[in-house]
Design a protein around this ligand. Sequence first.
Ligand code: 1CP
Length: 345
Amino acid sequence: MTESAQRPVCRVLDGEAVWPPPAWIMRQAGRYLPEYRATRAAAGSFLTLCYDPALATEVTLQPIRRFGFDASILFSDILVVPDALGCEFRLDPGEGPRLRPVTSGRDLDRMPATLPLDRLAPVFEAVRRIRAALPDETALLGFCGAPWTVASYMVAGQGTPDQGPAHAADRQDPAFMAALIDRLVEASIVYLGAQLEAGADAVQIFESHAGSLGPEAFRRLSLDPIGRIVAGLRARVPGARVIVFPRGRGDSLADVAALQVSAVGIDQDTDLATAVATLPAGTASQGNIDPLVLIEGGAALDRAVDAMLAAVRGRPHIANLGHGITPPTPPENVARMLARIRAAG
Ligand code: 1CP
């Protein structure tokens, strides 16, 4: 049995410049894969996939079997946390996620004070099963959404282009927004801690909607709460490896690194060489190939891979996209990208 610390992704997260860099891609289990679409159709609903340990294990392993990525990410969603808090997450065909909105202190009072872990037991069971089924050298990543990103869905009851409803709630009732964020900080510590205890090697915190926050709000609603999650998690699970992905915040990566994270995720709108120069030597980077170039494939993809490799040579890096893979991506382009990374001399 390989020790967790020997898995290449873990070595990078522990600060080692592994070469060629290990690779996985965000949303690697998903609609671009015919086997995912088939399993989802048979399951009937997205939430069944999330809450049935056998099905969650199956779809998590599909991209590992097909491509042999260096990391596997638990198949679930950031919105299972609000679901467990009573917000009734739904994803109907052809629509985005829907939740029962939480817009006031009174709504918060109706929510359980602490995250009901029994409701999420199938997720932890999936983590145990995935770890048991994975190749020894493949790392297993757990995840959650950062408080601001999750709060933006909870306040609106759905996805929004600019997180307008959450910004309005923060302006009109900052005490409510602070209390909602605090609740999510506590829930995230407990949730990620349980994923690590079930066998995840590391966790990623997705701050997908960091880009719409101004500097003051970014510090208050994103950086500070994420910092409290990292510290709280390490108090519970010493040495916990944490990747933070502050999408749209290429200007603030050093501030994110200062939260003592293991790695900072970098989106495709950020110049990789410039970004990594702002990180401490021991803080790993992750990213940042453009998902659109992965759709295109061919020579354009080869150039993007080479540019990524050139920007991170000599430092701890995990090869990835700058955001999630999208449904029109030909799976053979993923294989081409991985082969080129692995051939890097
Ligand atoms: O089959 C389908 O139609 C479901 C599409 C889908 C999938 C495949 C959703 C609904 N969630 C997921 C899985 C998922 N979501 C994973 C699985 C692991 C993997 O990466 O393979 C992860 C990590 C997430 C995380 C997630 N969910 C984020 C953060 C990352 C990101 O992409 O920015 C966000 C913002 C969500 C919310 C969500 N869930 C689903 C969708 C389509 C969305 C975004 C919708 C929106 O904002 O309108």
